[in-house]
Design a protein around this ligand. Structure first.
Ligand SMILES: [Zn+2]
Length: 547
């Protein structure tokens, strides 16, 4: 992709937007998730429009390039367009991007087959000259979210784009997520020096600590190592390579019960006023089952406050289940002022032959998912099960209290992703049917740095009018409309019918990038309230302040 050069057409952050009422509710939720990706990966922030002259008005599936009109510039994300990559594509147009195959150097990379293009769309394939656009020196990217697919706008006589490097012929037109090059060019166009929502990444790979420090009063310390007796045999960052980089390890083999080793990040300031953060990291545990990894934040009143106050935010215990793989873990944080994160490994009772290890720490000012489901032998499972086979995540609760599961339907060369409501302990306090709430399931691209991830995702909004073949609501109360099953804890629970996509991804798709890092597949998911409800609340709060 190339971008406009006219600086008058650039937006100033925060970019005001309006989501029009004719958008599907599901699309609105997807749009808000896309805006979070811009916040995570760039310095561009967005806000609901107040009374600004220039704003993005989101309607259906196309956009003007750059900031062009006052009184609401239209950007289209309509029915069938509730995909995060398509939203990102349209917002990138609005922020000033042309299509990748319109770059002035495109003839070095692709051949346009004009004879195969529908007459009315030939102009979509024109080159935008270097007098009105620039590539900022970012290389041509076949994997740009701004690239057309090989058959887009074909008249039926063949492909419209042929890549000069043939291995990209079937890869152009990806609509998973913005690519790293897309993001780099966006940051150059808007001269970003930091991001709105990304706070830190540390992979320890080259033996540096990212300004973290390890201190302890006892003999137990966090140490930087390349492998540990009894596992892990390598860091997480460079999997599947062995012995390639460093990670942090706190042994509990020696010392006294209650001995602690502390690892703390540098002090960080918040950039957003939502006071929600998500800490994520990979851990490995092979010590005693009574060992603990405690995750604290220390908040400081101001720059002069040297001591701060500690709050416990999360805990991992051995729990009788040592890990056999690096395991992804999320901890929601709620810091309101300057803070640092502290990892404490506390030695428990009993013998230990190992300890806790951590690697690839990421911190963002975004919400954590409700749950994580890691499947450590995913490819073998896909290859060897009778098809189609169904496997289920453990039961998960949403922040409101709805219980649900994620299911995968395995077909050897591809798989589907589904969700279902199940009975839970809060059911009698909840509203039924569970309506206008959005499920999002992501297959995590396990690139160690969250700013470089391109995760595959799917969102479904619960429509109260959706009925099963037996005429009951798909989103009704599971004890009333579901069927009883015995779950993994030998408990009888009630489950509703499945909703989702039969073809979520192919084995070939997920072998690209880091979807199967070290053999593990990781799914993260959430069930959230409809954005309209949230926006309505924001408007109410705002108007009550005005009064
Ligand atoms: Zn486009």
């Amino acid at each position: 992709r190339s971008t406009i050069t006219d600086e008058n057409k650039l937006w100033t952050s925060r970019v005001p937007y309006v989501l029009n009422n004719d958008l599907e509710i599901n699309s609105k939720g997807v749009i808000l998730r896309a805006l979070d990706q811009f916040r995570l990966k760039s310095c561009i922030d967005f806000k609901p429009r107040d009374s600004e002259d220039y704003y993005i008005s989101v309607k259906q599936c196309w956009s003007y390039i750059g900031r062009v009109f006052s009184n609401g510039q239209e950007l289209s994300i309509g029915i069938g367009c509730g995909y995060i990559a398509i939203v990102e594509h349209e917002f990138l147009h609005a922020l000033g991007f042309y299509h990748e195959q319109s770059r002035y150097d495109r003839d070095d990379y692709v051949t346009i087959q004009f004879e195969n293009i529908l007459e009315d769309y030939k102009s979509n394939f024109r080159i935008v000259g270097n007098n009105v656009s620039t590539t900022h020196g970012v290389p041509y990217d076949y994997l740009s979210v701004m690239h057309y697919g090989k058959d887009d706008f074909t008249n039926g006589k063949g492909s419209t784009i042929i890549t000069k490097d043939s291995k990209f012929q079937n890869l152009i037109g990806q609509r998973v997520e913005m690519s790293a090059n897309d993001v780099q060019e966006l940051n150059l166009l808007y001269k970003c020096s930091s991001s709105v929502a990304f706070r830190m990444y540390c992979g320890f790979t080259d033996g540096t600590m990212c300004q973290m420090s390890n201190c302890s009063q006892s003999s137990n310390r966090w140490e930087m190592v390349k492998d540990v007796y009894g596992g892990p045999n390598s860091d997480h960052t460079n999997l599947p390579s062995q012995d390639a980089g460093y990670f942090m390890h706190a042994s509990t083999r020696s010392g006294q019960e209650g001995d602690s080793a502390w690892l703390e990040t540098k002090r960080m300031s918040l950039q957003r006023d939502c006071h929600v953060q998500c800490l994520q990291f990979y851990y490995y545990h092979n010590g005693s089952e009574s060992d603990e990894l405690n995750i604290w934040i220390r908040e400081f009143q101001d720059n002069l406050d040297a001591t701060g106050t500690l709050y416990l935010m999360g805990q991992i215990t051995g729990n009788g289940k040592p890990t056999s793989h690096w395991t992804l873990h999320h901890v929601p944080l709620n810091a309101t002022k300057q803070f640092q994160v502290e990892f404490e490994v506390r030695k428990g009772a009993g013998n230990s032959t190992g300890g806790f290890s951590i690697d690839d720490i990421n911190l963002s000012e975004l919400e954590c998912p409700d749950g994580t489901w890691q499947i450590n032998d995913f490819e073998r499972l896909l290859n060897t099960t009778d098809t189609p086979a169904l496997i289920y995540s453990p039961r998960q609760y949403s922040s409101e209290g709805y219980a649900y599961r994620v299911a995968l339907k395995l077909y050897q060369s591809y798989f589907g992703v589904f969700v279902q409501l199940v009975s839970g302990v809060y059911d009698d306090q909840l509203q039924w049917p569970c309506q206008q709430r959005q499920f999002t399931v992501q297959m995590v691209d396990q690139n160690p740095n969250i700013q470089l991830q391109m995760s595959k995702q799917m969102s479904i909004t619960t429509d109260p009018n959706l009925l099963t073949s037996s005429g009951v609501s798909t989103w009704g109360k599971p004890r009333e409309v579901g069927s009883p099953i015995v779950d993994e804890n030998n408990e009888t629970i009630y489950v509703n019918t499945l909703s989702g996509r039969n073809n979520f991804a192919s084995l070939e798709d997920i072998k690209s990038r880091d979807y199967l890092k070290g053999g593990s597949a990781i799914f993260i998911f959430s069930l959230q309230e409809n954005v309209d409800v949230v926006l309505l609340m924001m408007i109410k709060i705002k108007s009550s302040i005005k009064e």
